[in-house]
Design a protein around this ligand. Sequence first.
Ligand code: UTP
Length: 295
Amino acid sequence: MKIRRAVIPVAGKGTRFLPATKQVPKEMIPIINLPMIHYVVEEAILSGIDQIIFITSSGKNAIEDYFDRNFELEDFLIKSGKEKELELIRDIGKMVEVTSIRQKEQLGLGHAVLCAKDIVGNEPFAVILGDEIIRGPRPVTKQLIEISEKNNNGNVIGVMEIDPLETYKYGVVKGEFLANDKKTLRMTSMVEKPRPEIAPTNLATPGRYVFKPEIFDALKIIPRGVGGEYQLTDAINLLAKNSEVFAHVFEGERFDTGNIEGYLNATVEFALMNKDSEVAMRKIILEKIEKYKIK
Ligand code: UTP
């Protein structure tokens, strides 16, 4: 069955970006001139998704507005003869069908995904975290969809190789590689933030998933977990006991734009990759190295 829908949870409080996130949703903070969420929605569209389901909370209207048409602004740009800008904002308003559901209380990522149950219905779907940008030769969600299709439409978790000494920062998967695909594991469980000595692998989960609707049954029965929140990891572990869950080592570089260091990394990298800003960014970096005597 074709995967048409992607759930993008954006209801979190974004405390690592306070005070900006007191008023601006974290996902609307721009990297150069595009908000973080733009890159994530673009990945979904390039993966063949035609409906985005945002899980939102109060104060997140800017995200829905961003993907809507803004006729007043369009009218202004027409009158000012700014055709290029007009094209840009019109295209965003037409990108994809967007639906939003409120998560009334921020009870965790697992609870956020469960909020999409009625809209998703009885179809497989993708989950994409709104504050993680992954860039690579092919959209990551598309890579996971392909692995799901090859493996009897099974559940697939996107994983990336990390420094084995840093497993304590991530959710890490346990499992065996498939005989015919050394990038895909049959997953037996997921371990949250294991110390390097006891980590089963160095394959971590940065927030890309393809699920069958059975994930909702698991999400409904898990108790509150770490931090008193309903954890998606707990539901995936439950699922792995009764059903097939694969973990796929995707191709691509991940930017954790939910924290300041990852955000800075993405800003510099994207500026260097963009032909309009590359020259300026190179100049800025060289000047700073000189000015602050960076070795
Ligand atoms: P984070 O753990 O990064 O939380 O959530 P956060 O609130 O966004 O940021 P910090 O840690 O306070 O700085 C991971 C993802 O899950 C979503 C968040 O919006 C983010 O995309 N989430 C988390 C929800 O949608 N609802 C929740 O109850 C919790």
